[in-house]
Design a protein around this ligand. Sequence first.
Ligand SMILES: [Zn+2]
Length: 242
Amino acid sequence: MTSSLTRPIFDLGAELCYVSNGSFVHVSSRAKVSDMRLGAATARWSKSSVRILKKGESTFMALAQNYDQQDCPVARALELVGERWTMLIIRDCFLGVSRFNDFLDHLDIPKATLSSRLAKLVDSGVLKRKEYRTGQSHYILTKQGEALWPILYGLAAWGEAYHAPRRGPRRIFSHAICSTVLDSSGACPSCKITPAASDVVIQPGPGAIPNFRDDAVERALQKPHRFLTRLANSEPTAKRRA
Ligand SMILES: [Zn+2]
């Protein structure tokens, strides 16, 4: 089957989406695609490698297809938490961010992307959405979400060790009960236990750049803060309120 396509509207690495005859066409990495010049692309594909995207279907669904052939729990987990922004949203949840505008303010993430990521995390049972009488929604980690703490901490420790400027840690994590700084595995050397996230306090370390960001969440994090507790004064900045 050969068809003329217009220029790709999404380029997801090996995945490409086109508009053809008024419909979204998703060409998977398994397609045999040739002559990919923009504007006059011609593709040759097998029927099984092409599907028409439904109206409103988002690109992350196309991305998830990448791991269809992987019978592996790492691949299943990455379909959810491996998407760009997702782990930063989860990190913010551990910090105590729960309102849409606070995520927006702290992450500078496109609004539509944030909506999509939050919806997917709620659908997957990582977050629960709570509606308050004021009409405001809060996004809270579920038990499944809190189980991501060792992964998040390990990722932070790995990033600090291998992919950060060598000027000392930007954040210091300590055990709330005894104030001892956690080791690289997340354990408290004094108590000989690995505290749950709710028993961990975060504070700026010597490597933190003062005033690197000026948003309400970052300002609230300038002093020691216990994980999973609401950040005081985390109102969106005037820029976002407007
Ligand atoms: Zn301790």
